[in-house]
Ligand binder design. Sequence first.
Ligand SMILES: [Zn+2]
Length: 94
Amino acid sequence: MPKVRKIPQRTCVACGRARPKRELVRAVRTPAGEIKVDLTGKVSGRGAYVCPEPECVERGLREGRLQHALEIPIPESAMDELRRAVELAAAGRR
Ligand SMILES: [Zn+2]
């Protein structure tokens, strides 16, 4: 019997869909209180996940779901970083 490898799943804070962790874009609140986009999945801190879809990022930010999940206001610069990361992720799939 082959071993069944369990793929870690995370839920998008905007649409609530569960997807494999590595497909999602992770935003992290670092212990220093900064918001970072974590493309490696290794940054420590409180994380929130969104689909690599501009709609999900916009919805997550507009409805305050990312802010709520990270328990901190998200500065404009971090919002831009998040949007760029998602655009790149979306472009990479084409
Ligand atoms: Zn989503």
